[in-house]
Design a protein around this ligand. Structure first.
Ligand code: G6P
Length: 425
């Protein structure tokens, strides 16, 4: 089995080696190819991955290449984790938001929109090349904004694609830890869109433990603690009683909508943008990876937001090669399983995954308290996908107007003009 990682020069890549080389791994991997056009990253990352593989006695080869076609040739699985525009682009997106008093986060608000405009055409091009080089391969897409990129792929020709995000698996791990149970014993009822998900039930031995868990989190909040989430999202607490009234646990990203002012203040107050912080973490990581003596994962990785991403990728590689379906929370088209969502809209829900493909499981209808926001964000996302695919400024304008974090046509026009100046549309 050949696995290609596009954007393999990411400092996250070495994490995946742990799962690929686990003693019980039955993935049948023979070749791992890391592809990246930036030699200054690919060199140290690939060298470090080779050291990790050889230390673990891996039976597969680790290769690296700058050529997309060479990486894709004959691949069975393709992980796409590119960051178009790099951290510099991410920083500029954050600034674009802040300059207009808006949230310019990596995937949310005007930052996510700018990133979608940059990323969607590039990932569609990778999909086009896959049609020529490895038409039957599965694409596992981590490229952000993952839900929108996956929707673009599914609506524009690639069927074998799954949109992945570490947020649900991170929540799963965190909840299992709080309950003192292994993750396998805990089933989550989760509904929403990527970076807009809600945990609605926590089933253990047939019982829903969510109400008790919410009480526990309310008490933790009262004593100044919070449920831990991705390292890149400011830890803010909701007002007392909010989670109890909601009856669900929103994923960390939902705070940008439920606590917009506080999140904006926290971004404005930060001495450096998240992109600048990550630049520093990455330069430390790359220096460690380049050191021949380094043969364990550095602790700096825990400062990144993508915790458990590699575990999810490895779980999916196993699931897609098995005849027995297993359930994973991923992004795929709703196909009638989420009431109120268009059939071809990408949603984030538990799916049964096996060699036969991805089957979203039927959900209880989204609660009144969340369906409005889901629809609102989905309308923005669909317009954004169309704007990115058609390179249409009018559609981009309408996408911005439809974004719940952009108040009104005048501000949307100013943001659009800035994105035009930046050459994004
Ligand atoms: C979260 C998100 C990812 C995102 C990451 C950013 O985990 O789910 O989509 O890429 O954070 O982390 P970073 O360390 O780059 O800020």
């Amino acid at each position: 089995m050949k696995l290609a990682i596009i954007g393999g020069g990411s400092t996250y890549s070495p994490e995946i080696l742990g799962g690929l080389t686990a003693p019980d791994s039955a993935l049948g991997l023979t070749e791992l190819v890391l592809q990246d056009p930036r030699p200054e990253r690919l060199g140290p990352v690939a060298g470090f991955c080779r050291r990790l593989a050889s230390k673990a006695g891996a039976s597969f080869a680790v290769r690296d290449t700058a050529s997309l076609d060479a990486a894709l040739d004959g691949a069975d699985f393709v992980v796409v984790q590119i960051r178009v525009g790099g951290q510099e682009g991410r920083h500029a997106d954050i600034r674009t938001g802040l300059d207009f008093g808006l949230i310019g986060q990596e995937t949310t608000g005007v930052g996510g929109f700018a990133k979608a405009l940059r990323s969607i055409p590039e990932v569609l091009e990778i999909a086009r090349r896959m049609e020529q080089r490895c038409p039957d391969a599965w694409m596992l897409n981590f490229t952000n904004p993952s839900g929108m990129v996956t929707e673009a792929l599914l609506r524009h020709g690639r069927e074998r694609v799954i949109g992945l995000c570490n947020v649900p698996i991170e929540m799963h791990m965190e909840v299992a830890k709080l309950l003192g149970r292994p993750r396998e014993d805990v089933q989550l009822d989760w509904v929403g869109l990527n970076h807009l998900g809600w945990l609605r039930k926590v089933i253990v031995d047939g019982d829903d433990l969510l109400p008790g868990l919410i009480e526990k989190i309310e008490q933790m909040n009262a004593s100044g603690q919070a449920l831990s989430g991705p390292a890149n999202i400011p830890e803010l607490q909701y007002p007392p009683g909010f989670l109890r009234a909601l009856g669900m646990i929103p994923s960390s990203y939902v705070r940008y909508f439920y606590a917009t002012d506080e999140m904006l203040e926290s971004i404005q107050a930060a001495p450096r943008s998240r992109a600048q912080e990550v630049m520093e973490i990455e330069s430390e990581l790359l220096a460690l990876y380049a050191d021949e003596r380094q043969d364990t994962l550095p602790s700096q990785l825990s400062k990144r937001g993508g915790a458990w991403y590699s575990r999810l990728a490895v779980d999916l590689l196993g699931a897609l090669q098995s005849d027995t379906p297993t359930v994973h929370i991923v992004n795929t088209q709703s196909r009638g399983t989420v009431e109120g969502m268009p059939d071809d809209a990408v949603v984030e829900v538990p799916c049964r995954i096996s060699r036969a493909g991805v089957e979203p499981t039927v959900q209880d209808p989204p609660q009144e308290s969340i369906i409005g926001l889901m629809r609102h964000v989905k309308a923005y996302e669909r317009l954004a996908v169309e704007a990115a695919v058609d390179r249409s400024r009018d559609k981009a304008y309408m996408a911005l107007v439809a974004n719940p974090l952009v108040p009104g046509a005048s501000k949307a026009r100013s943001v659009l003009d800035r994105l035009i100046e930046r050459g994004l549309i």
